[in-house]
Design a protein around this ligand. Sequence first.
Ligand SMILES: [Zn+2]
Length: 70
Amino acid sequence: MDQPDAPPLCPLCDRPIPPGAPQSLHHLVPKLRGGKGGPTVLLHQICGLMYQAHQALSPRKSLLCLPSRG
Ligand SMILES: [Zn+2]
């Protein structure tokens, strides 16, 4: 059952992102690799920061492996 008013889910922690909560839009394809204007996912701001930190430490490991929605 779809809930039209349900907040989006953060794919990193699988928890809802309530409206007004600090959030961050993450590019699935890095901007440096031509991802500008490409698909994005909404994450909690803290999750986005953690993700970026992980990427910086081990760029070959990707936490996010998401099929594009649609
Ligand atoms: Zn999250």
